[in-house]
Design a protein around this ligand. Structure first.
Ligand SMILES: [Zn+2]
Length: 93
């Protein structure tokens, strides 16, 4: 692995802040995702993060795409694959 690869490939913990923002303050890195391709279950924080045109989290077992976040102006497009189990705080009134 080159230095460049190391800079581009992190783990899901590196985007904990962004994920908390996307999921309404939830601590997502500890959530467990079941992969639709290989069937393995891993904490989101253990997924491999790739940064390019957007953020891509990939399954540490098989490399299948788990989450894609692309920023478009004031919007974020979020795509999730596999089965995610999240605990999200209730918004206070
Ligand atoms: Zn997988």
């Amino acid at each position: 692995m080159t230095v460049t690869d190391e800079a581009l490939v992190l783990d899901g913990n590196a985007v904990a802040g962004l994920l908390a923002e996307v999921f309404g303050g939830a601590e997502v890195t500890g959530a467990v995702r079941g992969c639709g391709s290989c069937g393995q279950r891993h904490a989101v924080g253990k997924h491999r993060l790739y940064r390019g045109a957007g953020l891509v989290l990939r399954c540490p077992g098989c490399g299948d795409v788990a989450l894609v976040v692309v920023e478009r102006g004031a919007q974020r497009d979020v795509r999730m694959r596999g089965s995610w189990a999240l605990s999200v705080p209730v918004a206070s009134a």
